[in-house]
Design a protein around this ligand. Structure first.
Ligand SMILES: [Zn+2]
Ligand SMILES: [Zn+2]
Length: 170
């Protein structure tokens, strides 16, 4: 009877040990999977945040958030991350700049503020002189310029402070 009991106990023990071994194996696989999953999440977030921010604190915060909180951390990150990527921001700033330049190019008369063409030498509405001609190459110049940028002619100071400039700056 004693022998039988001990045998039974042994079998029982063996079965338990085996179960424990299988359990540990499954736990190890799940753990490795979890760590890999967390790491790939962190890598994905690192790549994503780098296209959106150059701030090292923001990058570190995003990675720590995902490493600590995992999937909820990812959800938080997706909520908190900057909407636009850096290249999108850059493109938008280029567009805005182009738009501003276009607006700047919409020349208006400094005196009566009516729209004029950049080539106009005089405002057709109020006779304000807008340009003067270079004495050397005859191209139109801004009255405030002290030299001709087209033919590198220095203009005499007297012509700069002529009635023309005063007329325009008035
Ligand atoms: Zn005018
Ligand atoms: Zn010139």
């Amino acid at each position: 009877m004693d022998i039988l009991l001990s045998l039974f106990r042994d079998i029982n023990f063996d079965w338990l040990a085996q179960f424990q071994w299988v359990f540990m194996l499954v736990a190890a696989i799940l753990g490795a999977y979890f760590i890999l999953f967390a790491l790939s999440l962190a890598v994905w977030v690192f790549r994503d945040i780098r296209t959106r921010s150059r701030d090292p604190f923001a990058i570190a915060f995003a990675i720590i958030l995902v490493l600590v909180l995992n999937l909820p951390g990812l959800a938080l990150y997706l909520l908190l991350r900057p909407n636009d990527t850096l290249s999108e921001n850059y493109e938008r700033s280029l567009q805005e700049e182009a738009l501003l330049r276009e607006l700047d190019n919409q020349v208006s008369c400094p005196s009566c503020h009516r729209p004029i063409e950049p080539e106009f030498a005089m405002c057709p509405f109020c006779y304000t002189l807008l340009k003067r001609t270079c004495p050397n190459c005859r191209r139109l110049l801004s009255p405030s310029w002290r030299g001709c940028p087209y033919c590198a002619t220095r203009l005499a100071e007297s012509t700069v402070t002529s009635d023309q400039t005063q007329e325009v700056s008035r």
